[in-house]
Design a protein around this ligand. Structure first.
Ligand SMILES: Nc1nc2c(c(=O)[nH]1)N[C@H]1C(S)=C(S)[C@@H](COP(=O)(O)O)O[C@H]1N2
Ligand SMILES: [Mo]
Length: 430
């Protein structure tokens, strides 16, 4: 039971859907718990599925961010050449990514905060594990204890489910609410910490555990309509928790910084960023399915092409590509330009990247600069010699080893998640 689950091909989304159905059935039978979720939300979901037939926080980024910061809730400096401020978040500028660095340096990594970065005192921090899915009852670990457990390093991408959202509007003329990310809501890093499987084993995981719910120590989230939804938290199915989820305390070889979850965050490889809960203070291990607003109203796909109650909770990320180039960059004509970029997928290694410089009519293979690996991106380059001045649109299209290819358009969903279509990147040849 506690061994590593072998990676299954292509099946995890299907499994997630099945899992969700089972969860809902259990909820109906009074065997599930939902806090902060309105009953009507669950009823709507279930109707659609046809089943009816303490904290050591010592301050916050709001008070501690550098004076004049464009995003008051974020602690680190956000120089305009590296970041685009977006509400409570900071988007990475792809044109500023150091070309030879495989990972995004911590100081340039995008930040997605529902509220604001809390300053958590590592010395007073404790991770509390509790719930009906533990054999022996509540246990807690402090930071020293966690650091003494066997550690693991892993390369993983953290990417917001809404990354690329603005292209629903700019390319597809569909209006969607939420942070209008271009493609900079993503980053790859090297994480070190303790496997969640290891910690659960030590905590006495029960055979009947189904969900693990990590809760953040950041301030409670208040929805646009004023409803207090509580601390950011999202149930993680036990299968993924035992597979490759990591409780990370280092990022790129340094202790986690406040904006990225210090002292400890969860890293859930390949999945939408919201699964990787930052500043984790507790883990509820449950023998009953759990719900939070983050796996009911948010982070599901709603819309005409989805069931009335929405899709299963989002899990794996889609295939994407980005040029390491500013939108609207100017390039000299009659000269050879080496274009650079990166492609990635939540499901598998990248297999191939193709580039079009003529609006998507002709495609040529990009040169892959890295041996493609699952769980992270692959850097590529493409030589281009434009002879005629004028506006151009560059396109990059990746395919992963499971055969997932970036489509021409992304299927609309109400919240604008998982924009995986090919993005038209405007440049001007002068
Ligand atoms: N506690 C907590 N965890 C969180 C969030 C948050 O607001 N609070 N945001 C989530 C979302 S939506 C994303 S995309 C990632 C972003 O991680 P980063 O800020 O380190 O890039 O963190 C996730 N974990
Ligand atoms: Mo996100």
């Amino acid at each position: 039971m506690l061994g590593l689950r072998p990676r299954t091909e292509r099946s995890s989304v299907v499994n997630e859907f099945e899992y969700d159905r089972r969860r809902r059935r259990q909820w109906l039978a009074g065997e599930a718990r939902a806090e902060g979720v309105e009953r009507r939300t669950l009823l709507r979901m279930m109707a659609a599925a046809g089943v009816l037939a303490a904290p050591a926080v010592v301050g916050s980024g709001r008070a501690f961010a550098a004076a004049g910061s464009p995003v008051p809730g974020i602690v680190k400096p956000l120089p305009p050449e590296w970041f685009v401020p977006r509400g409570t978040n900071a988007e990475m500028r792809w044109d500023a990514l150091p070309r030879e660095e495989f990972h995004v340096p911590v100081e340039r990594f995008f930040v997605r905060n529902h509220t604001s970065t809390p300053l958590v005192d590592g010395a007073g921090w404790r991770l509390r594990l509790f719930g009906t899915g533990l054999r022996g009852g509540e246990v807690s670990f402090d930071l020293d204890q966690l650091r003494r457990l066997p550690s693991t390093s892993t390369t993983a991408i953290v990417e917001c489910a809404g990354n690329g959202r603005s292209f629903y509007t700019s390319q597809q003329h569909q209006s969607v609410p939420g942070t209008p990310w271009t493609l900079g809501g993503v980053g790859s890093a090297r994480w070190r910490g303790v496997r969640l499987a290891e910690l659960l084993r030590r905590a006495g995981l029960g055979w009947d555990a189904v969900d693990v719910m990590p809760t953040g120590l950041d301030p409670e989230y208040v929805a646009a309509d004023g409803t207090v939804l509580g601390h950011v938290r999202r149930p993680l199915p036990i299968a993924k928790a035992l597979d490759d989820a990591l409780l990370a305390y280092e990022m790129n070889g340094e202790p986690l910084t406040p904006d990225h979850g210090a002292p400890v965050r969860l890293v859930v490889p390949g999945w939408v960023g919201v699964a990787s809960i930052k500043w984790v203070g507790s883990l509820e291990v449950s023998a009953q399915p759990l719900y939070s607003p983050w796996n009911t109203d948010f982070y599901r796909l709603f819309g005409p092409d989805y069931p009335a109650g929405g899709s299963a909770p989002l899990a794996e990320q889609v295939v994407k590509s980005a040029f390491e180039l500013a939108a609207g960059a100017e390039l000299a004509r009659g000269r050879q330009h080496r274009l650079h970029g990166r492609s990635w997928s939540g499901s598998a290694a990248v297999r191939e990247v193709e580039i079009s410089t003529d609006g998507g009519t002709h495609w040529l293979r990009a040169h892959l600069r890295d041996t493609p690996r699952a769980g992270t991106w692959t850097r590529w380059s493409f030589d281009w010699r434009p002879e005629t001045a004028g506006p151009y649109e560059l396109r990059a299209r990746a395919t992963d080893r499971q055969g997932n290819t970036q489509p021409v358009t992304a299927v609309f969903n109400r919240e604008g998640y998982l924009f995986g279509a090919v993005v038209a990147h405007p440049v001007t040849v002068v």
